[in-house]
Design a protein around this ligand. Sequence first.
Ligand code: FES
Length: 103
Amino acid sequence: MRLRLCGTDDVADDGMLQVKVDGHAPFAVYKVHGAYFVTEDTCTHGKASLADEGELEEYLITCTWHDGKFDIRTGEACAMPCTKAILTFPVTVAEDAVWVDVG
Ligand code: FES
């Protein structure tokens, strides 16, 4: 199933946006060097919103609650206390919007 998350202009360059869609856990949409990435928004360590409370530097999102880090390209947990990856989703850009495939 493909979901429209937001318009391409809704995400600032090197920024991120939390998107809620009924029936799904919140998504975080990132734009880095003109490319879009989408992960689940909730940190796997606690309940922090990565898009609202995290800090993005290149492809690393830092959860500011306890300084855990994830690679937004793969979801890999890159810094303690986070050990479990976040989910990532295949992204398509079409019709001036960001879409994800949620299977
Ligand atoms: Fe994200 Fe603890 S809630 S690092």
